[in-house]
Design a binder for this molecule. Structure first.
Ligand code: T3D
Length: 259
């Protein structure tokens, strides 16, 4: 497991901290592999209700480590293969994961670091954080899902400009545009992220997993196909004891006790 990824489980929350602060948590192959392994593993750890992803130091993540590639290999390495092996499986693992993944963006999120944040289910950012689609500045295209996430989140006009101009977006603007969920004072970020993540303990995990599935699969559907998926998933949800408990709790005016 990578020494550049801190992983600790606390109060039902798996806290993953990218930990290369002197390099703004730039992503190396072993860090990407460790991140995916820890995220996938969380599915089978009893008692976990959410995953929280953040960065150590003043940055969230500066994207791919641009210093790691040997000079002689620049222009020769098959970046498609790198993306296929390291980035795409990570992004899909996050989107297909049954647990909610919360990003606490503590500073700059650049390149694949921005994509990583956008792949999370709920993104909160420190007021000083910024998001930048830095790829074009080094002659690359946005990857790790950015060309898919951004237009859906902020609309085509803003997404195109962000990717073509690589202008940083302040956290406040990102929230106003719907790119992220909300902004917090820098000093309150972790407290707020942990509050949201811990709140998932009381929520219904089965329903959350089904909601994530509906959203993930729905992105490729037309309305009739999505309505059919909702029907199937609702059928599944409605047969779970949690639905019974939820309705009983409502009728008895008490909080539900999900198993
Ligand atoms: O390659 C493939 O497999 C394909 C996949 C690509 C995915 C991608 O993510 S491509 C995009 C890669 N990321 C970038 O292009 C961003 C590069 N970084 C920056 O533009 C700037 O560092 C920031 C705007 C993010 C922050 O600027 P600033 O002024 O706050 O910090 P800084 O001084 O530039 O960086 C601080 C240190 O972090 C510095 O190290 P040093 O000189 O003090 O030893 C800097 O080199 C290092 N650092 C920042 N970003 C990266 C990095 N080191 C390696 N890789 C980085 N991406």
């Amino acid at each position: 497991m990578s020494q550049n990824l801190d992983c600790r489980d606390e109060n039902g929350v798996r806290i993953l901290t990218l930990n290369r602060p002197d390099k703004l948590n730039a992503l190396t192959p072993d860090l990407l592999e460790a991140l995916r392994a820890r995220i996938e593993e969380a599915q089978s750890v009893p008692g976990l209700a959410a995953i929280l992803l953040t960065g150590a130091g003043r940055g969230f993540c500066a994207g791919q480590d641009l210093a790691a590639l040997p000079e002689a290999e620049l222009g020769r390495t098959d970046l498609g293969a790198v993306v296929e092996r390291l980035y795409n499986p990570l992004i899909l693992a996050m989107r297909r994961h049954p647990l909610p993944i919360i990003a606490a963006v503590n500073g700059i999120a650049a390149g694949a670091g921005a994509s990583l944040a956008l792949a999370c289910d709920v993104v909160i950012a420190a007021r000083s954080a910024r998001f930048v689609q830095a790829f074009v500045q080094i002659g690359l295209i946005p990857d790790s899902g950015s060309t898919w996430f951004l237009p859906r989140l902020v609309g085509e006009a803003r997404a195109r400009a962000l990717m073509l101009l690589a202008e940083p977006v302040e956290a406040e603007t990102a929230a106003a545009w719907g790119m992220i969920w909300k902004v917090c004072d820098d000093t309150a970020l972790m407290e707020e992220a942990l509050r949201i993540a811990a709140g998932e303990r009381a929520a219904n995990r089965a329903a959350i997993a089904l909601i994530k599935r509906a959203l993930h699969e729905g992105s490729a559907h037309d309305l009739p196909a999505q309505l059919a998926l909702e029907r199937d998933l609702q059928r599944e949800a409605g047969r779970r004891p949690d639905f019974l408990e939820g309705v009983r709790a409502f009728r008895e005016k008490r909080p539900p006790r999900f198993r």
